[in-house]
Design a protein around this ligand. Structure first.
Ligand code: 5GP
Length: 126
């Protein structure tokens, strides 16, 4: 059920196509709830995307409509990917873009996991 005020989920978005196996991705991890894969245009030595398997376009949508199992499964998958990639000690950044001002390109909820070098300021100064 779409959340009021949010756009409907677009089944043609690129991550939906990756989930359906229509286009390839370099998979890092997959379970019942989430898929992690390398970003096609990495912005850090490690740049992995983690997406829930359900049809959610944003955090607002996910938090309002996903089941507790989906939410728990996704959060656990993000943590597992970071641990399995050995990122806890050097550190890493999680980032999620939502909507126009964030520059979100793909309307399927995803978190970016950046690592592999000092990552600098969280956002550029205005
Ligand atoms: P956003 O700007 O929506 O937060 O991030 C979308 C990300 O998806 C970008 O970093 C972009 O490089 C990545 N991306 C776009 N198309 C593809 C694709 O076909 N495959 C993969 N692996 N990543 C993609």
């Amino acid at each position: 059920m779409p959340v009021s005020g949010l756009p409907p989920y677009d089944d043609a978005n690129i991550f939906a196509r990756i989930l359906r196996g229509e286009i390839p991705a370099k998979k890092v991890y997959e379970d019942e709830w989430a898929l992690a894969f390398h970003d096609i245009a990495p912005q850090a030595p490690v740049h992995v995307l983690v997406i829930p398997k359900g049809r959610y376009c944003s955090f607002a949508d996910f938090s309002a409509s996903a089941s507790d199992a989906e939410i728990g499964g996704f959060v656990r998958a993000v943590g597992k990917v970071a641990r399995d990639l050995g990122l806890e000690a050097p550190g890493y950044r999680l980032l999620a873009n939502m909507g126009e001002h964030s520059g979100q390109e793909v309307p399927h909820l995803h978190v970016h996991l950046f690592a592999g070098r000092p990552l600098g300021r969280m956002i550029p100064s205005a």
